[in-house]
Design a binder for this molecule. Structure first.
Ligand SMILES: Nc1ccn([C@@H]2O[C@H](COP(=O)(O)O)[C@@H](O)[C@H]2O)c(=O)n1
Ligand SMILES: C[C@@]1(CO)OP(=O)(O)OP(=O)(O)OC[C@H]1O
Length: 157
């Protein structure tokens, strides 16, 4: 059986925080604000994977009110998400995701993100597609107030 899920997440850009994206730290003048490391791409991907398995969302499994998730590396959330769907007999087939960010350029970092998340998931980097777009200076992403990410995941058992 194959099932599909989608995920979406937004985090605010602020100064004084590191910018984590797809499991790697990217040099930038600002970073994303959140209870965890605020890796918006991993969060959207986890919601897509959980949605495909009909297993709620990351806020349900990893509450932002918990001291355990404070400052948490989102790669841990990704690994636990894969473990969660495995309890229902599912494994990831592939992911397709889009980051909406006016800056910085994501393209140079995409191979490293693919390799990093593939290592965490235990899959081939070819199963993890990541794309990026500006929003042509429009909206909150265009004004560099935040970064959003969309993801679609296919799972099978
Ligand atoms: N943060 C970003 C945004 C975009 N890219 C790459 O640039 C291309 C053109 O962006 P548009 O918003 O004008 O479509 C886009 O297709 C990406 O390849 C990027 O690397 N980082
Ligand atoms: C990841 C969690 C948990 O630390 O917190 P945030 O980093 O704030 O991220 P968000 O995408 O808002 O929601 C999920 C949260 O429960």
């Amino acid at each position: 059986m194959i099932r599909v899920g989608m995920g979406y997440d937004v985090h605010q850009l602020v100064s004084g925080r590191d910018l984590w994206m797809g499991g790697i730290k990217i040099e930038h003048t600002m970073g994303l604000l959140g209870h965890s490391d605020a890796d918006v791409l991993i969060h959207a991907i986890c919601d897509a994977i959980l949605g495909a398995a009909n297993m709620r969302d990351i806020g349900f499994h990893f509450p932002d009110t918990s001291s355990e998730t404070e400052g948490m590396d989102s790669k841990i959330i990704l690994r636990k998400t894969i473990e969660l769907i495995a309890t229902k007999g599912y494994r990831l087939v592939n992911i397709d995701a889009t980051i909406c960010a006016q800056r910085p350029k994501m393209n140079p970092h995409i191979p490293a993100m693919q390799q990093c998340m593939a290592d965490v998931i235990g899959t081939d980097p070819d199963n993890i597609s990541i794309k990026a777009t500006t929003t042509e200076r429009l909206g909150f992403t265009g004004r560099e107030e935040g970064i959003s990410a969309y993801a679609v995941a296919l799972i099978e058992k």
